[in-house]
Design a protein around this ligand. Structure first.
Ligand SMILES: *Cc1c(COP(=O)(O)O)cnc(C)c1O
Length: 419
């Protein structure tokens, strides 16, 4: 199996001819991944932010099976169905009240493309020529061309794809951390970019409070409040990419709640189906959809698997589970466990920073780690953690118990001490 895999199958972000090693997994249950050789690993990654309720969940399985017995898929052009309507209802209920319009799509990257296209069509309907997006350094928004163009130009993939990407405006990343005191000049560069380029800017796009795959930075909510204020002043749309932060990860249902602001367009993905399948949604306001629809305008996007009933059904079941959970309490419990468990990393000479926000724990190293080596060390110690660059980080399923969490953090401390 591993030989065929190595010869024929591409894995994420690795060489197609000399890929990093992979571990064959046979099944997964709760917070445990079972490898084909029988070893069990405690999952620290929630399969990249997705599996918030753990694996093989009876209620999610049942939702999927019940829906499959009715219909797995029908096209969404000219048809609609209860799973889509029910899910849209819930999403409208739990997101900020100004967001009333839902566009279902297939993955996070596509949700970002859809958001950018909404903003472009909105600006065009205003009679504006603005075609460029303003974002901040350190972001990550996905792997398609449009989404890549607003990823961090250094840690993103701009060197490889160069001028195949539309060129966007990048403001300095906030230096004030989420738990630090606000300094007013943190917004200065962003404000300057807005002033200078206001007539060229189609919209502002960023991740709220937590910048994920662009470097796992946590920034001050005040920055986001100021961004909102400036967008209002200049009449610009604010797109918030909540694909990683949405659905409770930071201790509130959505991360924008920490700043008490609302976006004009919101991208959701990753945990939306509880980790069962690829699915995403882009939400916007009446005002945006009204303008796009004015003078007979139509919105030009429509994926084949739009509003897939299986995905909608399992997403509704996952949201039910989430709404039954006391989010601040349970995420607070995980945050406490991560803070206590990772505290010892601070003293290590190889470590430059340790930070925890909600159910996200990050140990930033001084140097990039050797992924193959460190991955093997973690697997041998019974935990599944996949670092990138200088970052060794975890965002476990919300159902993780204190004991398993303690195993994860103590293995992190041991492995990092042994490097
Ligand atoms: C993962 C991610 C995306 C891309 O989602 P995919 O489903 O991988 O296409 C976009 N934005 C953010 C913030 C993400 O974390």
């Amino acid at each position: 199996m591993l030989k065929f895999d190595r010869q024929h199958i591409w894995h994420p972000y690795t060489s197609p001819t000399n890929p990093l090693p992979v571990y064959p997994v046979a099944s997964a249950d709760g917070v445990r991944l079972r490898l084909t050789d029988g070893r069990e690993l405690i999952d620290g990654m929630a399969s990249w932010w997705c599996a918030i309720h753990g694996y093989n969940h009876p209620r999610l399985n049942a939702a999927l099976q019940e829906q499959a017995a009715k219909m797995s898929h029908v096209m969404f052009g000219g048809l609609t169905h209860e799973p889509a309507v029910k899910l849209a209802h819930t999403l409208i209920d739990i997101t900020p009240t100004n967001l009333q319009k839902v566009f279902f799509c297939d993955s996070g990257s596509v949700a970002v493309e859809v958001a950018m296209k909404m903003a472009l069509q909105y600006r065009a309907a205003q009679g504006s020529e603005a075609r460029t997006f303003l974002t901040i350094h350190g972001g990550y928004h996905g792997d398609t061309l449009g989404a890549m163009s607003v990823c961090d130009p250094v840690t993103g993939m701009h060197q490889i794809f160069g001028n195949a990407l539309p060129s966007q405006f990048f403001a300095r990343r906030p230096t004030c951390r989420n738990d630090a005191e606000w300094r007013d000049n943190d917004i200065a560069d962003f404000r300057r970019q807005l002033e200078t380029h206001q007539h060229e800017i189609a919209a502002v796009i960023m991740e709220p409070i937590v910048q994920g795959a662009g470097g796992m930075h946590f920034y001050a909510p005040e920055f986001l409040r100021q961004v909102r204020k400036l967008c209002d002043e200049y009449g610009l749309l604010l797109i918030l990419d909540e694909i990683a932060t949405g659905f409770g990860r930071t201790g509130t249902m959505f991360a924008c709640e920490h700043a008490d602001i609302v976006p004009d367009i919101m991208c959701l993905g990753k945990a939306i189906t509880g980790g069962y399948m690829s699915f995403a949604a882009t939400l916007t306001t009446e005002a945006v959809s009204e303008l796009i629809g004015s003078n007979g305008g139509i919105f030009m996007h429509g994926p084949t698997f739009m509003a897939n009933p299986l995905a909608c059904a399992v997403a509704s079941a996952s949201l039910e589970l989430l709404l039954e959970m006391d989010i601040p309490n349970n995420i607070g419990r995980i945050a406490k466990g991560l803070k206590r468990g990772l505290a010892d990393c601070r003293e290590l000479p190889t470590v430059s920073d340790v930070r925890v926000f909600g159910a996200i724990g990050v140990v930033e190293m001084r140097e990039a780690v050797d992924l193959a080596v460190i991955q093997k060390m973690f697997v041998e110690r019974g935990v599944w953690i996949r670092p990138f660059g200088r970052l060794i980080y975890v965002m476990p399923p919300y159902i993780i118990c204190d004991n398993d969490l303690n195993v994860i953090t103590s293995q992190m401390v041991e492995v990092i001490s042994a490097l």
